[in-house]
Design a protein around this ligand. Structure first.
Ligand SMILES: Cc1cc2nc3c(=O)[nH]c(=O)nc-3n(C[C@H](O)[C@H](O)[C@H](O)COP(=O)(O)OP(=O)(O)OC[C@H]3O[C@@H](n4cnc5c(N)ncnc54)[C@H](O)[C@@H]3O)c2cc1C
Length: 287
């Protein structure tokens, strides 16, 4: 029988970390998923002056958190979740071919600083995707584009190239793109995804590519592309109440993904509250 966690925490930033730290203190059986501990944003901050006891750069902050994480034995499972599905009283979290079961989930996936491009949300599921492993096989023999925000997604482009006839690898730096017979690097800035009911082209500032699919490979995808059925507000953030509950029972959200201000203190506070709320939810549920 598959292991059933009390809580699966999705997102390696400070909201996810604080949720994992708190879940551990509350003696919950947790799974913390993320590609890196604390996220890249933290390391990019030049100087952090607004978090209690932090008086240095983001890298110093990350180093202190790493020491604490090791000291408190907080375990990060280095994986990206590509789907969170609710079935009955439990959640299935998929990470490529792996899947995990949990009674509650905390979504702490942050927000994409660069924002979405025109048409992206409207054509989600109709040619726009955020997950190569989930949707790559749908584009067998087709011409598609993969928009990369970082070189760490090169492997996903190679995966897509196994199916597609041609992959335009759109990135701001040529070094991000992997080599491959059917991979063509295009340095450009995406402005819009267009098509009549389905993706037909990707408009770049520099030119337009005729494609039948566009994969946006970024650190954070829109929440509804990962957690199916979750309600978002007009501004794209997840709608939560004060306990950080979402519209789906047992699904909580924390950090930037719930809205502004985008600050470490707010993200950490929400991670803590979300873990307590998940614990209370389990205590009050009959299962
Ligand atoms: C350059 C810069 C400087 C900043 N300086 C400050 C500052 O001085 N003070 C301050 O208070 N705030 C600052 N901020 C804001 C701060 O970084 C954010 O508010 C904070 O990082 C939010 O934490 P989070 O955990 O909600 O999200 P994030 O830090 O964005 O973490 C989310 C993590 O989840 C991962 N993730 C996303 N999707 C998935 C998935 N499907 N599966 C697994 N993992 C996933 C992402 O890769 C990321 O690592 C700064 C931000 C930037 C960009």
């Amino acid at each position: 029988m598959e292991h059933l966690y009390d809580v699966a925490i999705v997102g390696g930033g400070i909201a996810g970390y604080t949720a994992a730290l708190t879940a551990g203190n509350l003696l919950m059986d947790y799974l913390w998923l993320g590609d890196t501990a604390f996220g890249e944003k933290l390391c990019r901050a030049e100087r952090v002056t607004n978090f209690p006891s932090c008086m240095g750069s983001g890298k110093d902050f990350a180093a202190a958190l790493t020491r604490q994480m090791e000291g408190e034995h907080v375990a990060l499972t280095r994986m990206r979740a590509d789907g969170v599905y609710k079935t009955g009283d439990r959640f299935t979290v998929t990470c490529g071919r792996e899947q995990f079961l949990a009674r509650t989930v905390i979504l702490a996936i942050g927000v994409e600083a660069r924002g979405s491009v025109r048409g992206e949300r409207e054509l989600l599921g109709r040619g726009v995707s955020y997950c190569a492993v989930c949707d790559g096989a749908l584009y067998r023999g087709k011409t598609i584009a993969a928009v990369l925000s970082s070189p760490k997604f090169a492997e996903e482009v190679r995966y897509l190239a196994q199916f597609a006839a041609k992959v335009y690898c759109v990135c701001r730096d040529r070094a991000f793109a992997p080599a491959g017979e059917n991979i063509q690097c295009v340095e450009g800035v995406p402005l819009a995804v267009e098509g009549e009911g389905r993706v037909e082209r990707l408009v770049l500032r520099e030119n337009t590519l005729a494609v039948s699919g566009v994969f946006f490979l970024r650190d954070s995808a829109p929440p509804e592309a990962i957690a199916f059925g979750v309600k978002t507000k007009k501004d794209g953030h997840i709608a939560v109440d004060r306990s950080l509950s979402t519209n789906l029972e047992g699904l909580f959200a924390a950090g930037d993904v719930t809205g502004r201000p985008y600050q470490y203190a707010k993200a950490a506070g929400e991670g803590c509250v979300a873990a307590h709320s998940a614990k209370n939810f389990l205590k009050n549920s009959k299962n």
